[in-house]
Design a protein around this ligand. Sequence first.
Ligand code: SF4
Ligand code: SF4
Length: 349
Amino acid sequence: MIFKVFAKTELERLFELLSVNPLVGPLQRDTDTSGNPLVGFDYLYDFEDLFLDYPTTHYSLKNYFLPYTEQMCTFQLAGTSWNKHVDLHDYQKQVFFGVHACDINALNKLDKVLGTGPYPDPYYLAKRRNMFIVGFNCKTPLPTCFCRSMGADTVLHGFEMFLTDLEDRYFAEIRTSKAFNLIQQIKARDPDEVDHHEYLDFVSRKNRSFTAQVDTTDLTKILDMEFQSEVWNGWGEKCLACGTCANVCPTCYCYGVEENVDLNLQGADKSRRLYSCNLIDFATVAGGHNFRKERHVRLKYRYYHKHRGFVEAFEESLCVGCGRCGRACLAEITVPEVIDSVRSGVIEK
Ligand code: SF4
Ligand code: SF4
């Protein structure tokens, strides 16, 4: 890793250099009832719209490379034969500017499932390979953020450049040759002792500001032991089975595939839609049998996939601790409370 430092006035130049490609970044859309900014990722065309000082977004970046709905291919009859057309929807490079460590870690986890193994997902990979990511060190975690507990508050790969705000300048971690070439085009220098010191101060200040945490010690074993625990029934009674948690989660990737035939029987298409394992028909199979009819069973399996199955397969959790699911859940079900209850055998609220 190479480190550089540049003045804040240079950020606009960096933004302009990258804006030759479509650029997605944090944009303030509105304020909530307490006057706090509501920020979401969107295409940015003006540097003034870049809202870097955001705690988190409601939605992650997931849908820029794993859209909610995506047409995978179309079929057309041609005489006695037929043609198949596959579109990976990867038309041009996209820049993602101001992405927090938790969201880059989420992409790195998705890469393990969708980007490797015997059947890598070409639709995901096409978009993922066409990304240029500028990370940004989150300054003030929300009270519901527990990324530090999940080891996702810092990130070592999966980005080109990662910036930390040192008040009058940025401390830049340069990860790739593309980023190195880019930084040559702005006024940047090598960091000195003072920069290193202030960077470490930033990190320790941020670390002290986390309030939520999850005890992950021996969690996979505890989940194995507590598979029949009564607490799952309790959470199932609260859960509305709405699927919102998976919708906002940066690492939920389950989808269903649909095939539709044109009314004139001359063509067809195959599409996929992201789905949630909490929805009632998630485990319904041909013939109508539903393997997970009860809400508590579906909720339990979501937790087992994140904190048990994925750990067994990849030696890390599928949760980055962004807290989005808990903030979006109308039943106020949060990961820290569910995990605490499995450990203690008691639901506190
Ligand atoms: S958002 Fe909450 S209520 Fe909705 S499915 Fe997820 S846990 Fe259940
Ligand atoms: S499970 Fe919840 S806290 Fe964990 S990554 Fe998904 S949305 Fe974030």
